[in-house]
Design a protein. Structure first.
Length: 414
């Protein structure tokens, strides 16, 4: 008779990329190699919320996973639109929520996909849920010699070591974390202009000196060898009403559903991890010593085939693809910044927005000319739009938490 497994661990992906299957394969092999698959008492379970509209993909691009790989997982849930509709119908039929409330949790956007994964993990009675991204790999890269050095990372094991005594654990990231490319300043735009632009659109956690160092490294963030050789987790302190976390390499303790918050982002924006971070004042958040390599520009897929480069490429703002990615990141930042300021610095909200407008009016013409992309001027329009709707978005943010709490109460009782 098979022993019952006492710890149920969910692994969650919110994905829209075909490359997801390669990443999943790598992680499953990593879990096997680490001994987690064979460990008595640990059940590994997969929850994938996929979006076929993101990259014009087919359902089978996500669900057609090698059966031999899936045999090593206890539960595998691939969640598309039809599955979500069934869950919404079920919750409505049980008088838990109505259709409008359901759309707040399971509607459109990246936060909704994360909420779907979170919901399925709780419904399936997981103890913990680890979020991984489809462009992050279980490896770390350092630059302490003439060539870079690579090392494997046991991501899941590290989170499981610390999550029992925390509400949330999150790890470190290396690779191409920042969407800001390497730039050579000139008379069209100097460093001071660009600093003013970045500080206007990004959140307060972005430190210009750190960012400048990453830019000089060609857009690459290298792993810290002190962290790699440490086995100590550190508690995350609250700064400006927020305990910083990352959206992936993230583990959530599900053993007490009443302590879990949902994800939220304003329509068309990102920042779902940033808004969750503002809810964690009385939660224990730990930073654990493990890295994932972020392949933010999708240039290192062959890492998953075992090819380890000895130098990493500079990501320069000299192609349409790189410039467009940076532009989209800027739009995403400006769309969530008004709500972030409203939540964390409401007494000075109007003053902060006025200051942002002034900075953007000064530097946007230079940014447009430098990148040869007039679309950057739209950033000011986006600021105006999201500033105008900030109270509406804040109401949605709070309502999402209220609706989620009703769902959590239902599953706690049932």
């Amino acid at each position: 008779m098979q022993k019952e497994k006492n710890i149920k661990v969910g692994v969650g992906f919110a994905t829209g990329r075909k490359s997801f299957k390669k990443v999943l394969r790598t992680y499953i092999h990593t879990w096997y190699e680490s001994g987690l698959m064979q460990k008595e008492g640990v059940s590994l379970n997969l929850f994938v919320a996929y979006d076929t509209n993101y990259n014009k993909t087919k359902i089978t691009d996500f669900t057609n996973v090698n059966p031999e790989l899936l045999k090593q997982i206890d539960i595998s849930e691939f969640i598309g639109n039809s599955n979500i509709r069934e869950e919404i119908d079920y919750l409505i039929s049980e008088n838990v929520i109505d259709i409008n409330e359901a759309l707040l949790i399971f509607g459109k956007g990246y936060a909704a996909k994360r909420n779907t994964v979170l919901y399925y993990a709780i419904k399936n009675k997981m103890d913990y849920l680890v979020f991984l991204d489809d462009d992050e790999y279980p490896m770390a890269v350092t630059s302490t010699r003439d060539t870079v050095i690579w090392g494997g990372q046991q991501v899941l094991s590290k989170h499981l070591k610390y999550i029992e005594n925390a509400d949330i654990t999150h790890g470190h990231h290396c690779g191409y974390i920042s969407p800001i490319p390497y730039m050579e300043f000139n008379d069209k735009m100097n460093e001071g202009d660009f600093q003013k632009f970045i500080e206007a659109i990004s959140n307060d956690i972005v430190n210009w000196n750190t960012l400048k160092k990453v830019m000089k490294n060609g857009g690459v963030t290298y792993a810290d060898t002190k962290i790699l050789t440490s086995d100590e987790a550190t508690e995350v302190e609250e700064i400006n009403h927020s305990k910083f976390i990352s959206g992936a390499n993230l583990c959530i303790n599900l053993t007490n559903p009443s302590r879990i918050f949902p994800f939220y982002n304003p329509p068309g924006a990102r920042g779902e991890d940033t808004f969750l971070a503002t809810c964690l004042s009385d939660r224990k958040v730990m930073k654990v010593p493990c890295y994932t390599f972020h392949d933010g520009f999708s240039t290192y897929n062959y890492l998953l085939e075992g090819v380890l480069p000895i130098r990493l490429k500079f990501i320069k703002a000299d192609t349409e693809q790189i410039t467009t990615r940076f532009y989209k990141a800027c739009i995403g930042w400006i769309r969530y910044k008004p709500l972030f300021i409203y939540i964390t610095q409401r007494p000075v909200y109007e003053e902060k927005i006025k200051e942002m407008r002034q900075q953007l009016r000064e530097v946007l013409p230079k940014v447009c000319e430098y990148f040869g992309k007039p679309e950057f001027s739209k950033i000011l329009n986006e600021l105006d739009k999201y500033d105008k709707n900030v109270e509406k978005h804040y109401a949605e943010f709070k309502e999402t938490q209220r609706v989620w709490a009703k769902i959590m109460e239902y599953y706690s009782k049932n």
